[in-house]
Design a protein around this ligand. Structure first.
Ligand code: NDP
Length: 273
């Protein structure tokens, strides 16, 4: 099976690369040893590359994930998170590759939380909107699966920020609200199973629902650090709105996937600090 990982330099991409050691891997600005430099907004180059490689499976782990950056540079958000997916789909269709595309809990408005696959998306920021359009392109192709996830962390993400801040004696500012954080490692393991079973449609793969406040306290406990955590309503410098409760209902994935990607305790073991 020839697998192509787009975005192998990201948190998820790095973990996928170790699970698919034979995969062809691409990066954009952070070089990956043995990888191919490919900017997915060079649409013609992107299509030509997929047509040349003729993969059996394409995993799209690329995204412009800077939520405030997407709000400021909407054109880039749309190009990376939406338009590029259209071109991935066009080429995947020609070579008859199965496509696994990764999306986000931020497609939801955060009004109710514990969103199921059947709930109606209604993003409150441009990142979420651009990812929702990307989903629509991916789902226009029969042989595709959209995996929605939440709060991916590895060497970046809120728990890593909390760890670094507490270690330096600082105060963690935890934005009020809930989500379903997951480690890049366990997300990658679940994705591997979903690829192997060739699931299609939409599926939610994420961790336990938790507030950022509670999560920071759990990090403090796990690493025996001071519990200097404050819950805040706003974070200085943020320009994009955040959904209040973007947690995901993952019951479908928990039935289909054997790896335990859900437990917060297990996920926190895979922070890279
Ligand atoms: P990262 O920000 O760690 O990685 C993003 C990846 O996309 C990198 O490999 C980056 O390449 C690549 N990329 C960005 N722009 C381009 C471009 N123009 N051309 C080619 N590649 C590009 O993201 P994560 O691994 O954390 O996220 C993986 C997926 O999970 C994404 O689909 C994201 O939307 C989704 N998700 C993430 C969440 C999170 O909290 N991080 C939450 C919910 C969903 P390079 O670094 O080489 O430039």
């Amino acid at each position: 099976m020839k697998t192509l990982i787009l975005g192998a330099s990201g948190q998820l991409g790095i973990e996928l690369s170790s699970l698919f050691p034979e995969a062809i891997r691409t990066y954009s600005s952070s070089e990956v040893p043995g990888g191919v430099k490919l900017d997915v907004t060079d649409f013609q180059v992107l299509e030509d590359f997929i047509l040349k490689v003729r993969p059996d499976v394409v995993v799209n782990a690329t995204a412009y994930t800077d939520v405030d950056g997407c709000e400021r540079d909407r054109e880039r958000a749309m190009k990376v998170n939406s338009e590029a997916v259209r071109h991935v789909v066009r080429a995947s269709r020609v070579v008859e590759a199965y496509l696994l595309h990764v999306s986000t809990d931020y497609v939801f408005d955060g009004g109710k939380g514990m969103y199921a696959e059947t709930d109606l998306p209604d993003p409150v920021n441009y990142y979420g909107l651009s990812k929702l359009v990307g989903e629509a392109y991916a789902l226009s192709y029969d042989d595709s699966l959209v995996v929605r996830t939440s709060g991916v962390f590895r060497h970046k993400g809120f728990p890593v920020y909390a760890y670094n801040t507490l270690r330096k004696g600082g105060e963690v500012l935890a934005f009020k609200g809930y989500y379903s954080p997951i480690s890049g490692k366990l997300l990658a393991e679940a994705i591997k199973e979903l690829v192997e079973t060739r699931r299609t449609g939409v599926i939610h793969v994420a961790g336990e629902r938790v507030s950022r406040y509670e999560l920071a306290l759990r990090v403090a406990e796990a690493y025996d650090l001071p519990k200097n955590v404050k819950e805040v309503d706003e974070v200085r410098g943020w320009v994009a709105k955040r959904p209040f409760d973007s947690s995901l209902d993952v019951s479908r994935a928990r039935k289909l996937v054997s790896v335990d990607f859900y437990s917060l305790e297990e996920n926190l073991k895979h922070m890279v600090v």
